[in-house]
Design a protein. Structure first.
Length: 104
């Protein structure tokens, strides 16, 4: 396989993986907003239901970006950013950075 064709295939793999990361991050962000609101207001109503669902979303995001780093689709800063920002914010920022690099 020529290097140009390989780069094109890798770019398509990255785009597909980023699309999955973006979808999971947006769904998880919708769960994170009421959790943060409940934490700020002291309400425990949302915590019991949304907390575990957000936790699964967070773990899925870490898995997706971690596997992307293992597969050398991107560097390890992306999983680290996801962990530090608790999921959705880091996922969306990393997606934006990598998408811009692909376009350039």
């Amino acid at each position: 396989m020529s290097s140009t064709l390989r780069a094109l295939v890798d770019t398509e793999r990255i785009k597909k993986r980023l699309l999955v990361v973006r979808i999971v991050a947006i769904l998880d962000a919708f769960l994170l907003v009421p959790l943060v609101y409940g934490f700020v207001t002291g309400s425990d109503v949302h915590k019991e239901i949304l907390g575990p669902i957000h936790g699964v979303g967070f773990l899925l995001l870490v898995y997706l970006v971690g596997m992307g780093a293992v597969e050398k689709l991107w560097d390890w800063w992306f999983p680290a950013l996801v962990v530090v920002t608790l999921g959705p914010p880091g996922s969306l920022i990393g997606d934006l950075i990598i998408s811009r690099r692909i376009r350039a």
